[in-house]
Design a protein around this ligand. Structure first.
Ligand SMILES: [Zn+2]
Length: 453
């Protein structure tokens, strides 16, 4: 027993150049996942029947922190510059997809792995051509060029090979277009394609593409599919194993950020829960495949989340657990209910008892939307008038205002912030990621493993 502890400790303390580089890399990015999100999730999932607050998988793997500033005239990064740094170890401007200021391509970790004959994969809950996965796959001067970026997933080749062997997430809107059907092109090149969860479960060969929504997947809180990110991560690992030369798998918890932008705490906790389960899947994989390293971090923090607000020494997880849907979904349900049923619909969706004044503010916001749009929210929100848009925004805002008030959740912004983000790791080389580092250092170490092969 003493001997085993000594050898594990001894291996962990060996400097990087002595330890063999890991064969496989699992790289997980919680978009917008600042340190407060990890603490929030710990209290949110705490078992109230025990005195102690149970630690989470995030706590168990936590080894360091990283700075996230971009190469731009602000210290607050967007997801494109953040992911570019995490994918290439080079900083660039906000909006850049793995290009420098001269718009020249910066080689990504997945491209380096592909050039070494390794298997490569991306998994996300956003559209797969969104800023973070795109920064591993494509090169573009602007993250907004969604169709061009999608084209790059076919056109950007490494020694004649596609950059990724596995791509799971959303995005049919960008990959099946009138001007170009990229899904057909992938199929003609031998990719096995799925556009349903059942289809995903039946995939059993590389290369594989699964697009499970027109744009992003539904948020985890509203998604009838249980643990969507965990499910996709499991399938990706299954397809990548065994891998002769090893693999690099990038998994993004994309919508933590979307919930943060919306200041929607219940939505954020559901995303953190799905991400936690995907991380547990990856950790178990490392435990059974010790030649694998797992690194988890974030590209930035979103929303300026604080656990406690309004001068109260309180953050009420019970309130958050009682909220059954994301704010837009609650708004949709409220719109379908009559004025008399509104309070009942609200209580069923949130388990929060409102004062009559608060109920009045909700009713007037609901009425505004009804008179601007009617009782059914359009599925496609792109063609709304400003009046309609503002009415919906107001209703969502009132919904969140009540949830944030009763849970005492604070938000300083609807955008990103500059605070350092957590760095988590599991595997023999986990201490390589301990302590303070910059986001580019994380990528430099991982790329170092690849280049040492
Ligand atoms: Zn964001």
């Amino acid at each position: 027993m003493k001997k085993i502890i000594f050898s594990t400790l001894f291996i962990a303390m060996l400097p990087q150049f002595v330890q063999a580089a890991p064969k496989n890399i699992i790289y997980m990015i919680g978009d917008g996942m600042g340190p407060a999100y990890l603490a929030a999730y710990r209290y949110y999932q705490d078992d109230p029947s025990t005195k102690a607050v149970e630690s989470t998988i995030y706590d168990q793997l936590w080894v360091g922190v990283a700075s996230t500033y971009p190469d731009d005239d602000t210290i607050v990064t967007d997801s494109a510059a953040g992911a570019t740094a995490l994918a290439t170890h080079t900083k660039s401007y906000n909006g850049a997809i793995s290009v420098n200021h001269q718009h020249q391509p910066l080689t990504t970790m997945l491209e380096i792995a592909k050039a070494k004959g390794m298997h490569t994969a991306i998994v996300a809950t956003s559209q797969i051509n969104h800023a973070t996965p795109a920064s591993f796959m494509a090169h573009n001067e602007s993250r907004k060029n969604y169709n061009d970026i999608a084209n790059d997933y076919v056109d950007n080749k490494i020694a004649g090979k596609f950059v990724a062997d596995v791509m799971f997430g959303g995005g049919t809107q960008y990959f099946i277009r009138k001007d170009r059907n990229l899904v057909n092109e992938f199929k003609q090149a031998g990719f096995h394609y799925a556009d349903s969860w059942q289809g995903l479960s039946q995939l059993n060969k590389l290369p594989a593409l699964a697009l499970l929504a027109p744009v992003g997947l539904p948020s985890a809180l509203d998604n009838p599919v249980v643990d969507p990110l965990k499910t996709m991560t499991e399938k990706a690992l299954q397809l990548l194993t065994p891998s002769k030369e090893g693999f690099v798998l990038m998994v993004e918890g994309s919508q933590i950020d979307w919930c943060g932008h919306a200041n929607d705490i219940a939505c954020a906790m559901a995303e953190m829960d799905d991400f936690a389960k995907a991380i547990a899947t990856a950790k178990a994989y490392v435990d059974s495949h010790p030649d694998t390293i797992l690194v988890v971090t974030a590209d930035h923090e979103t929303g300026g989340l604080s656990l406690g607000a309004e001068g109260d020494y309180a953050w009420n997880t019970k309130v958050i657990k009682g909220v059954k849907h994301s704010a837009p979904e609650i708004s949709r349900l409220l719109l379908q209910s009559s004025e008399t049923d509104l309070s009942q619909t609200w209580t069923k969706a949130t388990n929060i008892a409102l004062t009559s004044a608060e109920l009045a503010s909700l009713t007037s916001a609901q009425q505004q939307v009804k008179s601007a749009i009617g009782t059914t929210l359009p599925t496609n929100m792109d063609n709304l008038t400003t009046v309609q848009e503002n009415a919906i925004k107001t209703l969502n805002a009132v919904v969140k205002q009540h949830i944030n008030h009763y849970s005492r959740t604070g938000w300083t912004s609807g955008a990103h912030t500059a605070i350092d983000v957590p760095v988590l790791s599991w595997g023999q080389q986990r201490l390589d990621f301990a302590g303070f580092q910059d986001n580019t250092d994380i990528a430099r170490k991982l790329i170092g493993y690849l280049e040492s092969k």
